[in-house]
Design a protein around this ligand. Sequence first.
Ligand code: GLN
Length: 525
Amino acid sequence: MTKKYIVVTGGVLSGIGKGIISASVARVLKESGIQINALKIDPYLNVDAGTMNPNQHGEVFVTEDGYEADLDLGHYERFLGTNMKRINNMTAGQVYKAVIDKEIEGRYLGGTVQMVPHVTAEIKERILSVEGQVIMIEIGGTVGDIEGEIFLEAVRELAFELGREHFFFIHVTYVPYLKATNEFKTKPSQQSVQLLRKIGIHPDMIAIRSESSITNTDLKKVALFGGVPQEMVFNLPDMSNVYEVPYKLYTLGIHEKIAKALNLSLTGEFHWDYPRSFNPLKIGIVGKYLGTDDAYKSLIESILLCSAEKPEVLDAQNLEEMTDEELGYFISSYDGIIIPGGFGKRGIEGKIRAIKYAREHKIPTLGLCLGMQLMVIEYARHVAGLEGASSTEFDPDTPYPVIDLMEAQKEILHLGGTMRLGAQKTPVFKNTRLYEIYGQEVISERHRHRYEVNYEMFKQLFTLPEEKTAEEKLVISAKADFVEAVELENHPFFIGVQYHPELKSKVGNPHPLFKAFIDTLKKMR
Ligand code: GLN
């Protein structure tokens, strides 16, 4: 059977929720019995998102198979409820690199290698290799971007070659509101559709994003000037709860319109279990990437998916300047704190101060990756008395390297794609809080790190659950080749994990560690 393709392009502005709309349409179709898969195309030259700064580009999302992706793959995982893989993302960097490598290998047999047909052929081949009944292709950026043009050309060619009836183009645009004249302006949307048509793509549907509802007259205008029937043009005004988008699309009957156009038969009922209200818990993420909330996207979503209010991102560096009193006052105003992952030295001492206060004053604390490493450092310094204990990542000359580079990392010289990445299994020890939370003896979690607990050298800091003594130590609650999780017993919630549980939360099914953390906060209120 011929595969069908839904191609989503963006107009006017980026950041208007094209990813959420694509993932939501995919979910609605999935609920209608369609076997759907996704392909996010990123026209940037980076080979993957691995080396990208979260301040500029948002978090790096790690897939089960260890691919460092754009955070959009996270939307697909959460909204679609399925795990994405390396194959679900394509970047211009990957495409050009493959073409140049082939050229060097002589595989173009002396031909002049060109954007068209060689680069487009590479793109088309990659699109075709994605399996599924319907493939949702989202093209990053906005129509008119120089770097995106080659991808639009490739899908245009593909639609021509495979048959236009197998393709459905959705253009997502934005209609700004002009305060001075109190009206919505459709001109930029009209122009972006025209731009798309110049490239040879006539959209089948236009989704108009706006601050609030636009009028029917405006919808008609876009339909007429875009050359798209009015029933295929609809408005998606801002929603306070983004998880309502799939439901909204369902009530608009989008799945039926797409099914009719692509000749698909639909079955099944729409099932969408999303958080409808948000408990006013005050959670602080003690972070350092403050450029955009997207830097902690999966973490924030994991909390929202537990029906708790959006956490605040705190500047760890600010904590360094505070007096003890100020810091205590500040941290104790939070119901719980999360120390997230991160790289490099900046803000480290502020995070350690927050952990110390939270440990001593029994404020629920969850440490993720770097956060867990800092919990170990804090414990080594302030409980075990190892003054100056640190990680060789930020203090190569520390007298007590309780966190050190993994053995396998010592030979590696470049930064891209070389960390310990992706899902790995680890046993969880009985008689621990972690075991209680998972109720499972073996778990599989995603990793992204270079450093690890230097267990062999600093065994004395820890205790394994079966050898607990009267003396309080950091309990290791999961360990394979590496220490994967630590916790404290006489504390309402003090758990650090070397992995990234936030990457596994799905709508209707948030990660158990977050559920347990939020439940603790609720009980303590
Ligand atoms: N920088 C630390 C390491 O490489 C932690 C990484 C992270 O938090 N993702 O081990």
